[in-house]
Design a protein around this ligand. Structure first.
Ligand code: HEC
Length: 297
């Protein structure tokens, strides 16, 4: 014979205690949240709000039972009833204890931190350091903020223009602020501040040396980069061609590698002498640029 072991768990509530959270989720959560406005206003500490705001004693319970009746007897309730476009449902079945249980539960909910993430925020550049570069076109994506996606973005100190599925953010001042406003409630959801710097010029590296630095005679590859303190995800720059000038003679080549002819010439360079390289490269923006770098040997 098979033996069956049955274990039952009894979730229990102490007698007489109402589950305000369950009531809230069943009846109010469609329109309300403890800490954020949506269809209805946030309900955190709403009893305090009514009592300090001048509502009549007990009027908030009448409101939940039947907001229309409450609005006829209490001017404060009448004022609240005009605050949103949508009307609240009626809950005549809820007792004062039920309603207090809901509000008690709501008031126990921890306030979410204001350091909200912009989800999938920015693909290019990386905003980790809260630095933007002036007059540089930043491709940015905004996700939901605390679950809210229906928000308005205001920018101070720059411009934001909508493209197909992203925005181009351009900083024009020393400081740029992005202010995210809830479209329904008008509440400020998030403020992000950025310091804006002038974008330094691109630099040409030969091996690990750039303009004015001491080079390694065996280094043969050119690369293009912003200076190391620029926190931009490096765009794809392609070296098209180069020219090497040493002692009045010029050697030219294509691609990012020096030719054997150039490397042999570099071997002749004496200590303390320098070689000028003029490098032509193209960027992701399609622009072809030319920069010189002066390497000391
Ligand atoms: C259908 C949406 C809806 C539901 C469901 C709903 N409410 Fe409301 N509630 C509102 C709206 C909208 C307002 C704002 C007043 C107005 O414009 O009528 C409001 C206002 C309130 C206010 C006043 C808020 C303030 O800032 O003064 C309280 C308190 C309140 N609701 C409690 C509740 C409770 C408790 C429940 C659940 C038992 C509930 N509501 C369910 C839509 C709803």
């Amino acid at each position: 014979m098979k033996s069956v072991l049955l274990i039952l768990f009894f979730p229990f509530l102490s007698l007489g205690q109402l589950d305000g959270g369950a009531l809230f989720n069943a009846k109010c959560a469609n329109c309300h949240q403890p800490h954020m406005g949506g269809t209805g206003p946030k309900l955190f500490k709403v009893r305090d709000k009514w009592s300090t705001g001048g509502a009549e004693e007990g009027s908030i319970y009448n409101w939940v039972n039947n907001w229309q009746k409450a609005s006829k007897t209490d001017p404060y309730a009448l004022q609240i009833s005009n605050s949103k476009a949508v009307n609240m449902s009626l809950f005549p079945e809820l007792s004062k204890n039920d309603i207090d249980a809901i509000f008690d539960w709501v008031d126990e909910q921890p306030e979410e931190t204001k350091s909200v993430q912009i989800e999938v925020p920015v693909v290019f550049p990386d905003y980790e350091f809260n630095i933007l570069y002036r007059n540089y076109q930043n491709k940015v994506y905004f996700g939901s903020i605390n679950g809210v996606t229906d928000y308005e973005v205001k920018v101070e100190g720059g411009t934001l223009s909508k493209q197909s599925d992203y925005y181009i953010l351009t900083a024009t001042d020393r400081l740029l602020s992005l202010v995210f406003l809830d479209k329904t409630s008008g509440d400020t959801l998030l403020v992000k501040n950025y310091r804006c710097k002038v974008l330094p010029d691109l630099q040409v590296y030969l091996g690990s040396a750039t303009d004015g630095e001491k080079g390694d005679k065996s280094a043969r590859s050119f690369s293009i980069s912003y200076p190391p303190d620029v926190y931009l995800k490096m765009p794809d720059f392609k070296v098209v061609s180069w020219e090497m000038e040493y002692n009045g003679m010029v050697i030219k080549g294509t691609g990012s590698e020096l030719t054997t002819e150039a490397l042999l010439k570099i071997k002749e360079v004496k200590s303390g002498e320098n070689v000028v390289y003029i490098v032509t490269f193209s960027g992701p923006d399609g622009v072809v640029r030319k920069r010189a770098t002066n390497i000391l040997y």
